[in-house]
Design a protein around this ligand. Structure first.
Ligand code: GLC
Length: 493
C-alpha cells in the first residue's frame, strides 16, 4: 500500500511528546511491507540536510497582497522518506525555534500547512491508498480531501486519523480559513457547540470526515465515547462509533534496550538471570545516588519521568514522591513544564530539596538522565489524569522498573496489578483507580511493602519479557486500512 503520514512531530528531529515517537515507530514498522512517507512542516529548528524539490507552486498571499513560491524539501529519517513543507516565506509560520507556540497563531500555522500539503499532493499526482493524519494539526486534511479538492479526492483512496490526544481540539477562527481560500460553505464540519457560543475546531473536521478513527489504545477508544473524556465531541463520536477503534502504540525496542544502552553505566540483557539484572540495577542506583548526592542506603527508588503538563498530574507526582520518601523510599522527578508558572514552581522545589538525602526534583529535559533513571529505579510513578496511551510505562518495564499508575486509558491496557489480576503471567505493576493523593498513596504503600518483602520479581520478569514492538500495531493498522480502502473503492461498471 502507499501510505502517507501527515503530522506535526516526528522523532528524533521534531519532538515534543509521544506523538513524535509514535509517528516514527509506526512508519518504520509499516515500511517493511508498504511504501511509506511522512510529511512535516519545515520548522526552522530542523538542522538537517534536505534537498529542495523544485515545484511550481505559486500561492496568493492575502495578508501581503502578493504571490509567493512554496518550497518542498526531501530528506530521510530512519530510512523513511520525509517531505518538509515550507508554507509561506512571507508569513514565517515555522520560523520560531519551537514546534508549538502555544498561542492562537498555531491554528493559522497548521491551517497553512495543511493547505500547502494538499496543493503539493495534487501537483505530485500520485495515488495514495491511505492518507494518515495525526491529531488536530493535520486533521484539516480530511475536509480538504473529502469536500474541497475534487482532484485530491480522486487521488486519495482513504483517510485515517490517529487520536493521540483529544484534549487538544485545535480551536480557530473562520478568518484563518478565509485566508487560505477555503470555501466557507463547507465549515459546518468544524462547528462545535460550547457552553455559551459556537466555536470552530480543526479536530472536529477530522473526527467527522475521516474513514477510520484510531485511538492509541483500546482503553482510550472506550473512554472518548463518554462525556467525561470526549472533550465536547460526545455526540459526534457516538455517531461515528462504528468507525472508531483502539490500537495500542508500540515502543522502539532497539532504542530502549538496557543491553545496548550506551548512556547507562551498568548494562543488562533481558535474558540474564534476575539476580544479575538486579545487581546491575543496584549498581546503576549507586552510581546515580553519587551523581545526585543522595544518601546511599538500601532504599527503593521511585521516579517520575514526564512532561509536567496538567494531563500528567504533576502535583500528584510531587505529593506522591514526598510521601514515599517519608516512608522509606527515595524519589526523583525529571521533567519540564510547558507553562512558565509550573516550571518556576518545580525550579523552586528543586532548590528546596537540593540537599535532601532522599529526594530530588530535576526540572530539565534529559534523554541521558531519563535512561539512567529507568535503569536504576525500582518503580515508575505515573498518576496521569488521563492517558491516551503512555510510552514511559512500557519503557520502564523493559528496564526492570515496575510501574505504579492510574488505571486509565493506555495504562489500563498495559499494567496488571496482582491484587486484581489472577493470571500470574500477566501481572507487571500496580494501579489505583482514582487520580487522587489519598487513593494513590495506599498503592504506593502497598508497592513499597511488596518491595520490602522481596516479592517484585514476577512483576519485573513479566514486564521485561512482554513484547511492545511496533510490528503487532502496524499489522492492526494495516487491517483497518484494507477495510477503508475497500469501502471507498468505486463500484465496477
Ligand atoms: C500523546 C498522549 C500519550 C500517547 C502519545 C503517543 O502524547 O498523551 O498518551 O502515548 O500521544 O500516541
Amino acid at each position: 500500500m502507499h501510505i502517507v503520514h501527515v503530522a506535526s512531530e516526528m522523532a528524533p528531529i521534531a519532538k515534543v511528546g509521544g506523538l513524535a515517537d509514535a509517528v516514527t515507530g509506526l512508519a518504520k514498522a509499516q515500511q517493511k511491507r508498504n511504501h511509506v512517507s511522512v510529511i512535516l512542516p519545515k520548522y526552522s529548528l530542523l538542522s538537517l540536510d534536505a534537498k529542495e524539490i523544485r515545484l511550481d507552486m505559486q500561492f496568493p498571499c492575502e495578508k501581503k497582497r502578493i504571490s509567493y513560491d512554496v518550497r518542498v524539501f526531501h530528506t530521510e529519517i530512519e530510512k523513511i522518506p520525509v517531505y518538509l513543507i515550507e508554507t509561506s516565506p512571507l508569513l514565517d509560520h515555522f520560523y520560531e525555534q519551537k514546534i508549538y507556540l502555544g498561542t492562537k497563531r498555531d491554528s493559522e500555522r497548521f491551517i497553512y500547512f495543511c493547505k500547502t500539503v494538499a496543493e503539493y499532493l495534487i501537483r505530485k499526482n500520485q495515488e495514495i491508498d491511505v492518507l494518515h493524519l495525526h491529531d488536530w494539526h493535520s486533521a484539516l486534511m480530511a475536509p480538504l480531501v473529502k469536500e474541497v479538492y475534487l482532484s485530491l479526492k480522486v487521488l486519495v483512496k482513504s483517510v485515517a486519523l490517529s487520536i493521540h490526544n483529544l484534549a487538544y481540539t485545535g480551536k480557530f477562527s473562520l478568518s484563518d480559513l478565509e485566508e487560505i481560500h477555503y470555501p466557507l460553505t463547507h465549515t459546518e464540519c468544524f462547528s462545535s457547540k460550547g457552553f455559551f457560543f459556537t466555536y470552530y475546531s480543526l479536530m472536529r473536521g477530522g473526527l467527522g470526515l475521516c474513514d477510520a478513527l484510531v485511538t492509541v489504545s483500546p482503553g482510550y477508544a472506550k473512554e472518548i465515547l463518554t462525556k467525561k473524556y470526549a472533550c465536547g465531541f460526545v455526540d459526534l463520536l457516538e455517531k461515528r462509533r462504528d468507525s472508531i477503534s483502539g490500537i495500542l502504540n508500540g515502543i522502539d525496542e532497539e532504542l530502549w534496550d538496557p543491553e545496548k544502552d550506551l548512556l547507562i553505566p551498568h548494562r543488562f540483557p533481558k535474558n540474564a538471570s534476575l539476580d544479575e539484572i538486579l545487581l546491575a540495577k543496584r549498581n546503576n542506583k549507586r552510581a546515580l545516588q553519587k551523581r545526585l548526592g543522595l544518601q546511599e542506603e538500601g532504599r527503593p527508588l521511585i521516579v517520575c519521568i514526564s512532561r509536567l503538563a496538567d494531563q500528567k498530574n504533576p502535583e500528584l507526582m510531587k505529593n506522591g514522591l514526598i510521601f514515599a520518601t517519608k516512608q522509606f523510599a527515595q524519589g526523583i522527578l525529571l521533567g519540564t513544564s510547558p507553562l512558565k508558572k509550573k516550571q518556576a514552581h518545580f525550579e523552586k522545589l528543586a532548590k528546596t530539596y537540593e540537599h535532601h538525602p532522599h529526594l530530588r526534583f530535576i526540572p530539565l529535559f534529559s534523554n541521558e538522565l531519563s535512561r539512567w533513571l529507568y535503569a536504576a529505579a525500582d518503580f515508575l510513578f505515573m498518576p496521569s489524569k488521563f492517558e491516551p496511551c503512555g510510552l514511559t510505562q512500557m519503557i520502564a518495564m523493559k528496564y526492570a522498573c515496575v510501574p505504579i499508575v492510574h488505571h486509565i486509558g493506555g495504562l489500563k491496557d498495559t499494567i496488571f496489578d496482582p491484587r486484581y489480576e489472577k493470571d500470574s503471567k500477566k501481572v507487571n505493576g500496580f494501579y489505583f483507580t482514582k487520580s487522587s493523593f489519598s487513593i494513590a498513596k495506599e498503592t504506593i504503600n502497598y508497592a513499597l511493602d511488596v518491595w520490602k518483602k522481596d516479592r517484585c520479581k514476577t512483576l519485573i520478569e513479566n514486564g521485561m519479557s512482554a513484547s511492545y514492538s511496533w510490528d503487532a500495531p502496524a499489522k492492526k493498522y494495516e487491517a483497518i486500512y484494507k477495510q477503508i480502502v475497500a469501502k471507498n473503492r468505486p463500484l465496477e461498471k
